[in-house]
Ligand binder design. Sequence first.
Ligand code: FAD
Length: 466
Amino acid sequence: MTPNIDAAIAALSHLDIDTKPASVKSKSRDLFWYSPVLKARLDHLVADFAVSPRTEAEVIEVLKVCYAHDVPVTTRGTGTGNYGQAVPLAGGCILHLNKMDAIREIHPGRAIVEPGCLLKDIDGACKADSGQELRMFSSTWATATIGGFVAGGSGGVGSVHWGALRDVGNIIRLRVVTMEAEPRVLEIAGEDLHRVSHAYGTNGIITEIEIPLAPAYDWVGLFLTFDNFTEALRYSYALAASDGLLLKLVTVFEAPIAHDYFQRVKPHVTPGQVVVALMVAPHAMPGFETFTKAWPNAEVIYRSDRSDWPRDPGLVFEYGWNHTTLRALKVDPSITYLQVGYGTDDPIGLIERVRAKFSPEVLQHIEVTRQGGRIGMGGLSLVKFTTEERLDEIVRIHEEMGAPNFNPHRYTLEEGGRQAVDARQLEFKRDADPKGLLNPGKMIAWDDPDWGYDRMYAWPGIKSAA
Ligand code: FAD
């Protein structure tokens, strides 16, 4: 199958199409470079053109033309993903959904939006309309789209209360266009949501999202210090498990993360202090204070509703999730990260064992989340990068110790997930993308069903550097 790029460009020339090399290059990149492994493999990749449809009818037109001319299509929200999800491995077309950003309907408990809406714009509109907000968002709230979050993200700020994005009920309905000679428009709900959510746009293009909402609050952001990491973990676990307290974020940073990497927090902490970041609903603050009194070593050093810090630290959630890595990278470019699952059975014990093995080469940054009705912990651990071999070894040892990795140094769905074929996603791809033109190279099961996961997958179709 040889793509006929010129024919596709000519057929789409009446749409908002971009063939300028510099801007096509910038639209071909996401934030894969947080990983030195992905940077070495994806940095040179660039699409042939980008097109920004304004309507679902235009999406259908683009897919129809690209299908006819065998042109690969990689969808883009705003390209804030870290797994190279939005990087076109085979060139072709970038389907840039930034112009499909209408908020169509807001109802009690739900909103219907186009995929290119920024998360912050959905929150702003829902709050103004009826005092509602998204249940959860990636910490890239200010810049990321809802389509990219659903297709490429996993959870984030709010997951301590609502669980992961893919948990039943956290997405209500998706409208999806298929990649065929005559693209179909499918309404997807219930069990079928798993076919297209977190599928990196490999098996359909999401053109509308119905997403549940929660009551909006002026969340109080807090920083607390502890002198002891285990005590900070125990406090955070117990706080998150307090059913009467409404929380949106519970994050723990091993020392010296806050001191070394959070410039506006640094004047208020010592290198040895562990910091906990929280978002608490205003009406839960009296309960939070009662709870925290029982922890004499916990000291509240900042609360956003009563700050006397001369330099405002900004939004507290922009220290958590992958913003922790971003802040560390800005200070020390040799830092990269892991995404680790510590589970719900004995997360604190497991974290302690992993920490004893690796600190300070690996520093613990823990996000507390709700998993299947239980309190769980995940790590976006900071790693002082030396070599790819050592990084792989660190990942392997974590897994041997019972802490699975969602490896952010891999560009395929399977390796960034549970290293297993998702049969539902594969089956849907067979139905919805028979030529395999959507985001090619990202689903191992499509290309090599017998892959053994004994080493990093290298898609044979990846464009080589010029
Ligand atoms: P993109 O990066 O543009 O796309 C992501 C994937 O979705 C790509 O594979 C793309 O092809 C596909 N896609 C996009 N739109 C569609 C569509 N309409 N139909 C089909 N496929 C589509 N992620 C989290 O989950 N939680 C976090 O808390 C979080 N924090 C982050 C912090 C930082 C500092 C950074 C850099 C990243 C973080 N991320 C996080 C990753 C990323 O920012 C989020 O997942 C974000 O929501 C992605 O949105 P986007 O618009 O940038 O998507």
